[in-house]
Ligand binder design. Structure first.
Ligand code: AMP
Length: 461
């Protein structure tokens, strides 16, 4: 079994809304960036039965008008699953459903349980049968083995055994539950739409459905809503410091979301400002690699006084496949997505801002395009430190050996991507930008190699 699960995902939940399935559909639609492999919705039709629809593909492809109409009920949860590699299996599509001693349950998970592989082995040794390869199924088996007939008690008990990242949204026959690991790796927020309680990975989902943001589900909190109202308790396991994923702010979350209580847009702009202070550069224009580099480039421009330009225009309507031309066209692959503007770039000294550099292949191609468009100098700037470690908490990073900064010096990377200069944001600058002082501790293991939990033998290389 692969030691890498690919569980960047979006979760959503709603309790007490006559249009629960439709709201969930929209909540997933707004969070499509968190997962494109599969999508699913489970509704609670009566107190004893769940209705389920899941499929591979984008939210808009998986759900039709007829399907949404058939998903009756005033409570629902939903999930978008991410996977760039790994098995694209319908068995891994969430929410997962099962019937426990406490009744039917549907579960949607964002994050990655780092001890899932060892838990799974011992469950299999004890007779458990697994259908997919994802870590969430492990949680269902652990719950089913718990002797308590009360779901909240078994969730709390199970949380003692789980290590790593989990933001769960769970629908039983009589409750909507949110449970977030004590580190608070992945985001999870509570909102309100009229009288309905709403849960989502990101606040951009609330904006679309006209829900108001209430607060974060706290790290180490179990929250639930039922007929009697809203309840909140602490999980038994305590940790010294939170470990919010800093990469949510760098790349993953939408800029119009509040994550860990801070605007992602403002955090990204602040990264650009910090970088302009740390690595000032003489240049004519600052351009972003769209879309991920846009807020940071704005911040860099504001701080440095160097004009911001859209030197590369992105095509937003790229499908999964396109027909290649029979004759070769220079840099065709990247040009279909990014088109450099020669009338802006020609003869200029250009600062190019991107959020992060992983393998370096995208940057190399982007720089080639900018040179072909006539730029005189190219100064590549990154809104985060060098990525030197894989993520085991839910962000799909390649193996360490494929991370260019894990094996090459900054000068070697500069030569590889073909820039005239290269600078990364420092760890301290990044922490200032994300407001680490106010928001608590962050996990920056992808930049520091320091993992806040045991990794249970997961392959770091
Ligand atoms: P590359 O250096 O060619 O591997 O690609 C780096 C680009 O991919 C960055 O500029 C990001 O915009 C984007 N990126 C970074 N991390 C991820 C991720 N986990 N999943 C998808 N895209 C990513």
């Amino acid at each position: 079994m692969s030691s890498h699960f690919h569980d960047e995902c979006a979760v959503f939940g709603i309790w007490g809304d006559a249009e629960a399935a439709r709201m969930t559909y929209l909540g997933l639609y707004a969070q499509q960036h968190r997962g494109q492999e599969s999508s699913g919705i489970v509704t609670l039709r009566s107190t004893s039965s769940h209705l389920v629809h899941k499929g591979l593909g984008l939210v808009g492809e998986v759900f039709s008008e007829d399907v949404l109409r058939s998903l009756e009920g005033a409570a629902a949860i939903g999930h978008n699953r991410y996977s760039t590699t790994g098995e694209n299996l319908i068995a891994n599509a969430q929410p997962l459903t099962a019937t426990l001693q406490s009744g039917p349950i549907a579960i949607a998970h964002n994050g990655n349980i780092v001890n899932a592989a060892s838990l799974r082995e011992s469950l299999i040794a004890n007779g458990a049968i697994f259908q997919g390869t994802n870590d969430t199924e492990v949680v269902l088996h652990l719950l089913s083995r718990n002797s308590s007939a009360d779901l909240i008690a078994s969730l709390k008990e199970t949380s003692r055994i789980l290590e790593g990242a989990y933001s769960f949204v769970i629908l039983s026959h009589n409750r909507l539950v949110a449970m977030r690991d004590p580190y608070g790796f992945r985001p999870l927020v509570l909102g309100r739409r009229g009288h309905a309680a709403v849960l989502a990975s990101e606040t951009c989902a609330f904006d679309l459905i006209g829900a108001e943001y209430v607060r974060e589900i706290e790290p180490g909190e179990i929250f639930w809503v039922d007929e009697a109202g809203e309840h909140s308790e602490r999980l038994p396991k305590k940790v010294e410091k939170t470990a919010h994923c800093v990469f949510e702010h760098v790349y993953f979350a939408r800029p119009d979301s509040l994550v860990f209580g801070r605007s992602v847009y403002e955090a990204r702009k602040a990264m650009g400002r910090e970088l302009a202070k740390e690595s000032p550069t003489d240049a004519d224009i600052v351009i972003p690699v769209p879309d991920s580099g846009v807020p940071a480039a704005l911040g860099y421009s504001t701080e440095s006084g160097i004009p911001f330009e859209l030197g590369i225009i992105r095509n937003h309507y790229i499908g999964r496949t396109f027909i290649q031309p029979s004759q070769s066209i220079r840099s065709f692959g990247v040009k279909i997505k990014l088109n450099p503007q020669a009338h802006i770039l020609s003869g200029k000294r250009v600062i190019v801002m991107d959020d992060s550099l992983v393998r370096g292949t995208t940057s190399q191609k982007v720089i080639q395009l900018i040179r072909q468009a006539g730029a005189r100098e190219i100064h590549f700037r990154l809104a985060c430190p060098p990525t030197i470690g894989s993520c085991f908490y839910g962000v799909d990073t390649p193996k360490r050996s494929h991370l260019i900064a894990a094996t090459k010096t900054i000068e070697e990377i500069r030569t590889y991507i073909g820039a005239d200069s290269l600078a990364y944001l420092s760890h301290e600058g990044l922490m200032r930008a994300v407001g680490a002082n106010h928001a608590g501790g962050f996990c920056a293991a992808c930049f520091t190699g320091r993992y806040p939990t045991d990794l249970f033998g997961l392959d770091r290389e």
